[in-house]
Design a protein around this ligand. Structure first.
Ligand code: ATP
Ligand code: MN
Length: 538
């Protein structure tokens, strides 16, 4: 009997306080797809993918992410407005309320795990109110074999009740939605939001605490792939900077698109079993592998389709953050299991909407540590109608919302590992060229890919003084030539055609770096501080 194709399987949830047995255990993705359609909770796209709307929330809600402050976490967590404390008693009460809410609902349960390296494996049970959320868990976590399911003992539990609304005044939440991690009870409690990303990022945040504290392993918000010679590359970056896009490369095997660990046995391993790609303006021509992954089994979120089920990827009327989740085997060229050797190259991706950072530059070890702690990208904020301005956005370790510990802990571990492995570190601006947002244009994906390929093929790997120009503001080494890229694209100043405006804007950014770094100065050595920009506006 194949459990994954069996629609009649059930499981008792009494230990969680759920008394009824209207519980579907381990339904196949196909069955969950069909149930979603039957319940009119989604539609089928012409590609065969399931298309759903996540409801009120189409993105994560960082201000509603809490960590229970108790014996396990009090002294370890970096408390503040990212890691917001929640009282254990309040958690217990809210848990009971959510369970009472779920006690008359049909439920969907999935057993799965995180971490492709079994020394770090975390067995997870996901309990969902909605069938499509359970299919998301199938897509994103690693799928156990039937043999493994026989003696499955979940360590962590995700309880996901999008239809439950908290009462902030009595429950201790900020508003009706919440995502709360409890490291003592090993529960991620998610309510009031249907955004699926909360499920995967809940477990990611749990691992980002557990791996460094208990297993001396570095968790990273990065994608990873491996070349035909077994050379691993990893790509750090905040949302929208290109982790998923650039790691999905026909010529390299995908390890994973978002969450990895770097262990002490010289390997990088994926936490997940699937990908979660942005689909805004997706085209088959530019991103054929991701486009091809959108088929039966994949789940499209918050996209607009015509009557025939054809998706208009340019339509952002629901959100800019349209997404698709799919199991990693939807991508043709993947590494199995999802583990690679120590990386040879590390890319820090940034979408610089000021358009002043070079499209690619090489970082010294000091600069690498400085940029990792800074975690720079830029957002474009619409203010009044028609007026848009770049806003610098700094997120430590390129993933502060998911990092329960002080950024210095992760940075120290990364620096040590980089030195031991002798990696090269590159800063890649996938953002604007020829001027800031509104004036310039987004860097062409084909150029970014050419620059990354040049690094991976060794065409930019050798550090010789002549081959690089040291940027006068940021101090990074900007290559003069790169195969497949017009030479003037490599120098942001040249693309602006206005030196004065260029330097004024570059100083705006270097000042923003300095301002942001103040809060880390006490933790950073002189060597790391030296990795910052070289010049500032006076
Ligand atoms: P998240 O952490 O939210 O998953 P991500 O880092 O994986 O974000 P992507 O999903 O890869 O980000 O998004 C990058 C987006 O930018 C894609 O829509 C891609 O098509 C677009 N893009 C445009 N130009 C470039 C470029 N030069 N390099 C990378 N991506 C680009
Ligand atoms: Mn991604």
């Amino acid at each position: 009997m194949n459990i994954s194709e069996n629609s009649a399987s059930t499981i008792s949830l009494k230990e969680y306080g759920i008394e009824h047995d209207n519980v579907h255990y381990q339904l196949s993705p196909r069955k969950l797809h069909d149930i979603t359609l039957e319940k009119a909770m989604g539609n089928e796209a012409s590609s065969g993918a399931l298309a759903i709307n996540t409801g009120e929330f189409t993105g994560r809600s960082p201000m509603d992410r809490f960590i229970v402050k108790d014996g396990v976490t009090t002294d370890e967590v970096w408390w503040g407005d990212i890691n917001i404390p929640f009282e254990p008693e309040k958690f217990d009460r809210l848990y009971d309320k959510v369970i009472a809410y779920l006690n008359d609902k049909e439920l969907f349960v999935r057993d799965c795990y995180a971490c492709a390296d079994h020394n770090y494996r975390m067995d997870i049970r996901v309990i969902n109110e909605y069938p499509w959320s359970n299919q998301f868990a199938y897509n994103m976590f690693i799928r156990p074999t039937l043999e493994e399911l026989k003696h499955f003992e979940p360590e962590w539990t995700v309880i996901n009740a999008p239809g439950f609304k908290a009462d902030a005044s009595v429950d201790g939440t900020r508003q009706h939605n919440f995502a709360i991690l409890n490291f003592t009870r090993k529960i991620a409690l998610i309510g009031g939001t249907g955004y699926t990303g909360e499920i995967k990022k809940g477990i990611f945040s749990a691992l980002n605490f557990i791996l460094p504290v208990q297993k001396n392993t570095l968790p990273m918000h990065c994608s990873a792939n491996v070349g035909t010679n077994g050379d691993t590359a990893i790509f750090f970056g905040l949302s929208g900077t290109g982790k998923t896009t650039l790691s999905t490369d026909a010529n390299r095997k995908l390890i994973g698109d978002d969450e990895h660990g770097w262990n002490n046995e010289n390997a990088v391993f994926n936490f997940e079993g699937g990908c979660y790609a942005k689909v805004i303006n997706l085209s088959e021509e530019n991103e054929p592998e991701i486009f091809g992954a959108i088929k039966k089994g994949a789940i499209l979120e918050n996209v607009i389709m015509d009557e025939a089920g054809n998706v208009d990827f340019a339509d952002t009327s629901i959100t800019q953050n349209t997404r698709v989740s799919y199991p990693i085997y939807h991508i043709p060229n993947v590494q199995r299991p999802s583990i690679g050797k120590n990386p040879k190259n590390i890319f820090f991706l940034t979408a610089d909407a000021f358009g002043v950072l070079p499209p690619i530059s090489k970082l010294t070890p000091s600069q690498a540590a400085y940029h990792f702690i800074s975690g720079y990208t830029a957002k474009v904020a619409g203010t009044e109608a028609g007026v848009v301005e770049p806003v610098p956005s700094f997120s430590a370790c390129f993933g502060a919302p998911f990092m329960p510990l002080h950024p210095a802990k992760y940075a120290e571990m990364l620096s040590k590992k980089m030195t031991n492995a002798g990696v090269n570190v590159w800063l890649v601006n996938t953002g604007w060229t020829g001027g800031p947002y509104g004036v310039g244009t987004r860097m062409k994906l084909k150029y970014t890919r050419a620059m990354i390929n040049a690094v991976l093929n060794g065409d930019l790997g050798l550090y010789s003084y002549d081959a690089y120009h040291i940027h006068s503001v940021f101090g990074v080494a900007q290559p003069r030539e790169c195969p497949g890229v017009p030479t003037d694209v490599l120098s942001p100043r040249t693309t602006w055609n206005d030196d004065e405006a260029y330097y004024r804007t570059a100083f705006k950014l270097s000042n923003a770096f300095r301002e942001n770094f103040k809060k880390f100065e006490a933790f950073a050595s002189e060597e790391i501080r030296r990795g910052g920009p070289q010049r500032y506006a006076y």
